[in-house]
Each structure stands twice: as structure tokens, then as C-alpha cells.
Design a protein around this ligand. Structure first.
Ligand code: ATP
Ligand code: MG
Length: 349
């Protein structure tokens, strides 16, 4: 029986996580689901934003469903010593799971093209998966220093690091349209030269059915908003992925629609990309779509249950059209929307 740990966290986290858990229980009644504390909620309960009981529970978990972490700007949590603040709990969680690939689908839901800042004809049908390397590159490894009027960081990758994230991208592409765009800056960076060489070699060795092309990051930054339908899966290193995934996140038009997965060798971490939304927390109006779609990613990428994931995603698409939440200009509250998803799952595809 697969074990799922849920970490509802703070703000709207508990509301949207409860909705996602309801949907999970419906499509996968065999899962063991165990709830634990993280962030500000964990500090209140245990005096620690990532308490030992939570840490222990992750030991034999197959996947982790996270809500949101953090308080309002004027929260007393912000005057705690840094290691006790909610965000430190989140960082410690990410570190404990050691996930090296971050997956962010960027999808414009049918019928919601009007929310996108792109023209409807450009927004229609956008369905991209961005796979970002998460543990290497200029943010982490290598020499770094600031001294007087000079400073430097080092962008560094090894073949092993490139291959493990590229594998993730190829594997995801096999379940999609089979196209991968690897993004680099190989015309000026040696580290990109290695990246490009290793991604191509892995494709030629083990993923011949995948159509792979290589593009420069500056060109992708332009094309992802001017011609987004050219992309299926995008794979890139940490810094480029950080920037491109936030750029692409504006395409669907609402934070409430964006799920994510972080994957490594152990349990994966699945969470909506939005924050704790203190302005609407506790009112029952949060849009749970991102959390519910994160649960779908958990089924697909964490447990290999693509059919159940597809079933959820179809139901969410339908519910979004018929019962849009307030952030989408509609009237549905969290409970109404979740009920619509559950009902839509009962209808045959
Ligand atoms: P954090 O610092 O916690 O990341 P943030 O400043 O990035 O927070 P969010 O918490 O993501 O911001 O919220 C930004 C705005 O979007 C807020 O007005 C919030 O109410 C709204 N919002 C975010 N998520 C949702 C959601 N799931 N449903 C409805 N509105 C949302
Ligand atoms: Mg934020």
C-alpha cells in the first residue's frame, strides 16, 4: 500500500490540500495517507518548522503532497530567528528529499484562454512541461566569492547530473508528444557545451523515439511567449529554468492553476506553485485546482498511475469551465469546485 504524506502547511494550504486529498481518496482508495505539520503550523505545534516527527514520517513515504508555507507580511513568525521561520521548514524539507528535477506543466485550460495575457489564438492549446535541474549549476556548486570590486560564481555540471535530469525529461516526453527541447547557451558557455553533448548522447543511446532539438535560452525566452505551441517538454539547467518557468507561469493567467512536482531518487514532492495567500486564507474561497492537479502529478510521476492522473485532469478541466472560482472571475468556492471535480470524475471520458 503506497504511503502518501500530506503537509498542508499555512494560509490556504490546509483548504486546498483537503480538496486534493478528497480527490485522491476517490481515485486511489488503496493509498495510505498520513498528515503531518510543516512551516508556521509546525512551529506552533512543535516549536520547529520541520519537526522530527515530520522528518521521520518521510522516511518510508512514496510521495509527499505539500500545501503552502508562510504567513502574512506582518506575521510574528517573521521576527523569529531565521531557522524557526516557516520558510526554513520548507528549505529543510526540500533538502531532506534531495529532488534534482522540478517539473512545471504550463497549460492553458480549454475555455480559459481569456485569462491568459497572450492573444487567444496564441494561448489556445498551450501545453508545455518545463523540467528544471534543481540541485546544480551556478546556484550551488563550485567557487563563489565577493571581494572588493570583484565577485564570481561558477556554473558547473557533471555528465551524471545532466543525464539524470535529461532522463526525467525523456521519460515524461514518452507519455506526452515525444518532443524534447533542451535549452542552453552552448554558443558561449562550456558548461552548456557539455550539457548539449550529454543530452544528445543519452537520446541517441536510449531514447531514439524522442524527437530532440537544442535551442538557446535567449531565443526560447522570446519564442515561449510568441509561439508557445512549438514546445512539448523543455529541459534546462537551474538558472535558465528558474527564469523560464516564472516567465511561462504567466501564460495560464492564474496562479491558482499551476501544479508542480519535484522528483529525485526517493519520494517526490508535489505542490501548487502559488503561495499561502494570507489575504483569502480561512474564507473557503481558494481555488484548489493547482493542489488537485499536483495530486494528479503525484499519481503520474510519484506512483506511475497515469490513468488516474488523466482522469483527474479531465475532471478539473471540466470543473474549471463550469464552476470557475473567484480568482478566475467566477463564483465557485473551494467546496463547490471540489464537488464539481468529484462529480466530473464520475462521468465517462
Ligand atoms: P508567498 O510569499 O507565500 O509565495 P505570494 O506573495 O507569492 O505569497 P500568493 O500567496 O501566491 O503570493 O498569492 C498572490 C495572490 O494570488 C494573492 O492575492 C492570492 O490571494 C492569490 N492566490 C494565490 N493562490 C490562489 C488560489 N489558489 N486561489 C485563489 N487565489 C489565489
Ligand atoms: Mg510567492
Amino acid at each position: 500500500m503506497p504511503k502518501i504524506v500530506t503537509l498542508p502547511g499555512d494560509g490556504i494550504g490546509p483548504e486546498v490540500t483537503a480538496a486534493a486529498v478528497q480527490v485522491l481518496r476517490e481515485v486511489a482508495p488503496d493509498l495510505s495517507i498520513e498528515e503531518h505539520a510543516i512551516g508556521g503550523a509546525a512551529y506552533e505545534a512543535h516549536g520547529d518548522p520541520f519537526p522530527q516527527v515530520t522528518r521521520d514520517a518521510l522516511g518510508d513515504a512514496d510521495a509527499v503532497l505539500l500545501g503552502t508555507v508562510g504567513g502574512p507580511q506582518n506575521s510574528p513568525w517573521n521576527s523569529l530567528p531565521r531557522p524557526l521561520r516557516p520558510e526554513s521548514g520548507l528549505l529543510a524539507l526540500r533538502k531532506a528529499l534531495g529532488c534534482y528535477a522540478n517539473l512545471r506543466p504550463v497549460r492553458v485550460q480549454p475555455g480559459l484562454e481569456h485569462l491568459s495575457p497572450l492573444k487567444p489564438e496564441l494561448a489556445r492549446g498551450v501545453d508545455i512541461l518545463i523540467v528544471r535541474e534543481l540541485l546544480g549549476g551556478v546556484y550551488f556548486d563550485g567557487d563563489r566569492k565577493i571581494e572588493g570590486d570583484t565577485a564570481y560564481n561558477t556554473m558547473r555540471y557533471t555528465t551524471a547530473e545532466v543525464e539524470r535530469v535529461a532522463k526525467m525529461a525523456f521519460w515524461a516526453a514518452e507519455q506526452r508528444k515525444g518532443r524534447v527541447t533542451s535549452v542552453d547557451k552552448a554558443n558561449v558557455l562550456e558548461v552548456s557545451e557539455l550539457w548539449r553533448r550529454d543530452v544528445q548522447a543519452l537520446r541517441d543511446r536510449s531514447y531514439r523515439s524522442i524527437h530532440l532539438n537544442h535551442e538557446y535560452v535567449d531565443s526560447v525566452a522570446m519564442l515561449i511567449v510568441s509561439d508557445p505551441s512549438r514546445y512539448d517538454v523543455i529541459v534546462t539547467e537551474n538558472l535558465f529554468g528558474d527564469i523560464l518557468s516564472d516567465l511561462a507561469a504567466v501564460i495560464p493567467g492564474s496562479l491558482g492553476l499551476m501544479p508542480s512536482a519535484s522528483l529525485g531518487d526517493g519520494a517526490g514532492l508535489f505542490e501548487p506553485i502559488h503561495g499561502s495567500a494570507p489575504d483569502i486564507a480561512g474564507q473557503g474561497v481558494a481555488n484548489p485546482a493547482a493542489a488537485i492537479m499536483s495530486a494528479a502529478m503525484l499519481l503520474r510521476h510519484g506512483l506511475g498511475r497515469s490513468d488516474a492522473a488523466n482522469q483527474i485532469e479531465r475532471a478539473v478541466a471540466l470543473a474549471l469551465r463550469e464552476h470557475p472560482t473567484r480568482d478566475l472571475g467566477g463564483k465557485a468556492d473551494t467546496v463547490t469546485f471540489t464537488r464539481a471535480v468529484l462529480e466530473a470524475m464520475g462521468t465517462p471520458a
